[in-house]
Write a new protein. Sequence first.
Length: 248
Amino acid sequence: MFNLIFASLITASFAAYETEILQMYTHVFRGNASFYGTGYSGMCQIPPNSLPHAAQSRNTEPAALNKPQLYGSLTCGMCLRVTPQRTLVGHTPLRNEYVYITDVCENCLAGDIDLATNGDGLWAIDLQAAQCPVQNTKISYKFQGSQEWFIKLQIRNTRFPVTEVQMYQPQSRQWLPLSRSLDGFWEIPDSGHGYEKPIQTPFTISLRSPDNQVIYDKIPSIQNDVVFEGDGVQFAYNSALLQVPFVV
């Protein structure tokens, strides 16, 4: 009974964020853009030398998103369109561009972005989320500090940010939600109730997007600090929402 209540509370929390994250795609937010320089790995644990395909378009730059719209860390790996309106301070030009979220801007307000490029000044901008340009590439993963009793899993290269992950428990035949860490990983919750251990591989997970897609993937083994793919899945393109064009 406890497991069912716990799972429902986690799911309800993610569901609330899911609606707000979807609104980032369907609405334009007014805010400010500033600059904090290149070369930072950031809170989301996506270093500049290990960017996924979704962040490698020439028109896309790493950026730090304001804390209110990061939703803990759920929008790590999200892509957004930045449209400059007017300069407020400074001289660094700001062109129409797209950003890939790798960090949090602690002091920014909703609608604000901090660009991981060298520059100075402050721009008034419009900000809107867009589907990342994954093209034909698939979702990838990376474990950190994981073993047969505990997993900490990063989900990378997604068209949309993942708003919920569930892990299938074959003996009890039930799906249990993973919790979200503040550095952009999915973990077995501290309580661990209902999760079958030692963890057997391969295991199956479900991934949910803010536009209500649910896909399933298989994790073949637990290897830390190695980027790998599962069965080769990806969220489908949504023609109703903005998408980042990939520029070689």
